[in-house]
Ligand binder design. Sequence first.
Ligand code: FRU
Length: 321
Amino acid sequence: CRKKEPYRIGISQCSQDGWRMKMNDEINREIMFHPEATVEIRSADNSNERQIADIRYFMDNGFDIIIAAPNEADAITPIIKEVYESGTPVIVFDRKINGDTYTAFQGVDNTEIGKSAAHYARHLIGEGGKVIEICGLKGSTPAIERHEGFHRGATAEGISVVASASGDWTYESAVPVADSLLTAHPDADMVYAHNDRMAIAASDVARRRGLKMKIIGIDAAPEIGIKAVADSVIDATFLYPTEGYRLIRTALAILEGKPYERVSTLPLSSPVDITNADILLLQNGSLNEETEKIRLLKSQVDDFWSRHSAQTSLFYAAVAI
Ligand code: FRU
């Protein structure tokens, strides 16, 4: 009987950065345990057009399931809807689309992250403190929710947001934004940036100007945000969970007709600051080592099986003669 072809999972990441690389590593680690599936990850480099083309590529090439983090909700909703209505299952993660034309959604409560950040801010700068906000890409839902959550939290905590402007999640976009906000408000007590790369940009601008203020970000990807906290470049970051392995497990459950959670919200954790940054970096180092060992073991097993099947074919060829 013919060997069943492995499922093909197509993953469309809206961008390529430390947070997404951590997630891609988790996906690639998980797929090593599932010989019944393969995965192809494409990155759209912050471009709506490229992401639409990537998703269309997966559709045109008959992938069994598509998983996507939509760059901007308005631009990416129609293609996700098209996939869904064509009958191919589609999982949306991290950033939302408009409506719910998807098979499953996995993400984090970004409004809650914004609120926790406001609570933490009040603890850092005290009641009456003044905050500058650097937002993520306008049309992406985490930026909208992190803004709303922080503003709600700030009102409750008695701190005020004196200025707010958008970057596009990148370091480069945040430098001029931080520059003009800090020119207008050199007396601010704190910068709240919607991610760590933009927080690091604000820290660099503040340092160049000789300004002393607290700076917090979001993501806590080890090599970026946690390292920036450990090096005292920023004061704190909030973990934005990746849990890439869950995406693969949900995808396989959908493909195999098993039960799965249609909307799953990943749990939040406490902030990362100077008290726990070093230990988290150490833990990450050992995780990387373990991953390397798994990779090595996997390649040895693959190697064994390919030699074994080559020898088996030779044996049968010899018997046939
Ligand atoms: C990574 C990123 C993160 C941010 C998330 C929001 O691509 O920009 O920094 O938390 O996307 O979707």
